[in-house]
Design a protein around this ligand. Structure first.
Ligand code: NAD
Length: 483
């Protein structure tokens, strides 16, 4: 692999190493072989990162929004110029096919930097007339933000968190997932090349304990986590003990409802994209596919036929459109859920097995006749396992779709325009699609309800989660008091 990062951490504008930190092997999921070794951050490294972020914050916030935005937009341009190199690195880190990483990772990160770079100059408070007197608000940064990432979209997550944070005048310490630590370092390198002052964006590596020490540090004002609900509960509780701001992008078990009047080929595309992209390792996946019983057989037959055409193989070959899972652990989780599905009586109609070759390849897997109370219909698998459930009645399917602790996403396929909006309006989910699935351009808010999360990423909504308002009341007459 070319141009790997040269040390474990990136702090105060440069690569930093502390070999005293516990070593972590980085494994290429396509063959199970190590490709790099990093060291988990020691206390000294964590302290250096927080101190650098603290030292840089006031000066960064004092620049005009336009100046900050210019740096973000320049970094976006550099990311686009190096898209191929960054995508190859992302493929080594995650195992996702290059066909995907070329269009969904660094490019999505660049979109985010470009979007928030463009907004940075227009982030203002407002003037509020009050008769003779008046008030105004000042939009201020929060201070030091901590970003903690999952392993499925490492570049995207680093950018989706840092771009709005930096646009608002905050500084950030980012901890990537220990499974996929490489690309965030490249983003830090690129920010620096684009002119970002030292200490504004820092990357430290390590397991959950490093994340926990960052969250607990009293200098930190805001925590944005992308991860599981279990981790979210711990991080949220720790942040709450010091009344810190949080954004929580957590897991899901999202419903995708396909009515009998839907365009079946489009609906199948939605189900495939929403279950097998990134080998099923996408938080917003529509893993509970409710199919109207009138079209069930036709739907399944055609879905299986199309799934058979998946090109499974070397993720660096641009023809490959289905790669390995990220790790042996994640594959074993999928394997256990498949066994549970069979044991509880679901019908395995396709896949279900590890593929007999090196690396962490697991077949795209389809279950039909899944019942609402089966484990595979209730728990997030985070692997390529699609559950098909039948339905006949609109009201009932909405109730069943909502009968979950999660609320990240939902989708509806139908050609009945009123039904589409009526159903989507009743689904408990933060990010919804009509006749589409899993499309998340930076212009639209993304995030969950219920245990799937708090706050929103992307769009103008993210600004509210990385800034706060100071209110100033201005008396134009005389000050009066009660005595
Ligand atoms: P995870 O919860 O195991 O880890 C996420 C991150 O949190 C990692 O960097 C990890 O080191 C860190 N962490 C773990 N324990 C911590 C603690 N106590 N304090 C601070 N940090 C800690 O999740 P994962 O396995 O990396 O990712 C998969 C999960 O992420 C799935 O549940 C998926 O749905 C979710 N996810 C959500 C979104 C979203 O935007 N909603 C996007 C991608 C993934």
């Amino acid at each position: 692999m070319e141009k790997q990062p040269t040390a474990s951490h990136f702090i105060n504008g440069q690569y930093v190493e502390d070999p005293a930190g516990d070593p972590i092997d980085i494994i290429y999921p396509a063959n199970g072989q190590p490709i790099a070794k990093i060291h988990s951050a020691t206390k000294r490294i964590v302290e250096f990162a927080l101190e650098s972020a603290a030292n840089a914050q006031a000066q960064w916030a004092a620049m005009t929004g336009t100046e900050r935005g210019r740096i973000l937009r320049k970094a976006a341009d550099i990311i686009r110029e190096r898209n191929h190199e960054l995508s190859v690195l992302e493929t080594y880190d995650t195992g996702k096919p290059l066909q995907e990483t070329l269009v969904a990772d660094a490019t999505s990160g660049a979109d985010s930097l470009e979007y928030f770079g463009g907004l940075a100059g227009s982030l203002t408070g407002e003037h509020i007339p009050l008769g003779e007197s008046w008030a105004y608000t000042i939009r201020e940064p929060l201070g030091i933000c901590v970003g903690i990432g999952a392993w499925n979209y490492p570049t995207q997550i680093a950018c989706w968190k840092s771009a709005p944070a930096l646009a608002c005048g905050n500084t950030m310490v980012f901890k990537p997932s220990e499974t996929t630590p490489l690309s965030a370092l490249k983003i830090a390198e690129i920010y620096t090349e684009a002119g970002l002052p030292r200490g504004v964006f820092n990357v430290v590596q390590g397991l959950g304990s490093v994340g926990a020490s960052l969250v607990a540090d009293p200098r930190v004002d805001k925590v944005s986590l992308t991860g599981s609900v279990l981790t979210g509960k711990k991080v949220y509780a720790s942040a709450a003990s010091q009344i810190k701001h949080v954004t929580m992008e957590l897991g899901g078990k999202s419903p995708l409802i396909i009515f009998n009047d839907a365009n079946i080929e489009d609906a199948i595309s939605g189900a495939i994209l929403g279950n097998f992209y990134a080998s099923g390792q996408v938080c917003s996946n529509g893993t509970r596919v409710f199919v109207h019983s009138a079209i069930k057989e036709k739907f399944i037959a055609r879905l299986v036929e199309r799934t058979k055409s998946a090109i499974i193989g070397d993720p660096l070959d641009e023809n490959t459109n289905y790669g390995p899972m990220v790790s042996e652990d994640q594959l074993l989780i999928a394997e256990r859920y498949v066994a549970k599905g069979i044991q509880e009586g679901a019908k395995l109609v396709y896949g279900g097995k590890r593929i007999d070759q090196p690396g962490f390849y697991f077949e795209p897997t389809i279950f039909s006749d899944v019942k609402d109370d089966m484990t595979i219909a209730r728990e997030e698998i985070f692997g390529p396992v699609m559950c098909i459930l039948d339905f006949d009645d609109e009201k009932q399917v909405i109730e069943r779709a909502n009968a979950t602790e999660f609320g990240l996403s939902a989708g509806v396929f139908t050609n009945d325009i009123t039904r589409a909006h009526r159903v989507i309006g009743q689904l408990q989910a933060g990010s919804c699609w009509i006749n589409a699935y899993n499309l998340t351009p930076v212009e639209i808010p993304f995030g969950g309800v219920k245990t799937s999360g708090v706050g929103r990423e992307n769009s103008k909504a993210a600004i509210e989660h990385y800034s706060q308002l100071k209110t100033v009341y201005v008396e134009m007459g005389h000050m009066e008091s009660q005595f």
